[in-house]
Design a protein around this ligand. Structure first.
Ligand SMILES: [Zn+2]
Length: 57
């Protein structure tokens, strides 16, 4: 289980079912934010970074 992407707490994160894309959803009990599996999240971030970079180069 990963850290919360918002407050970086790793002890209050619980599984919260699947989202509409069938990705594992997590809920942070500290800040009440929901986020998806970190491996999926970083894949999305790197795609965004590639798209952003391609605009500049
Ligand atoms: Zn949090």
């Amino acid at each position: 289980m990963g850290k919360c992407t918002q407050c970086l707490t790793d002890s209050n994160v619980v599984k919260n079912g699947l989202n509409k894309y069938q990705k594992q959803n997590y809920l942070c009990k500290s800040c009440k934010k929901q986020f998806i599996d970190r491996s999926s999240f970083s894949a999305i971030v790197s795609t965004i970074q590639l798209l952003t970079l391609s605009k500049f180069f």
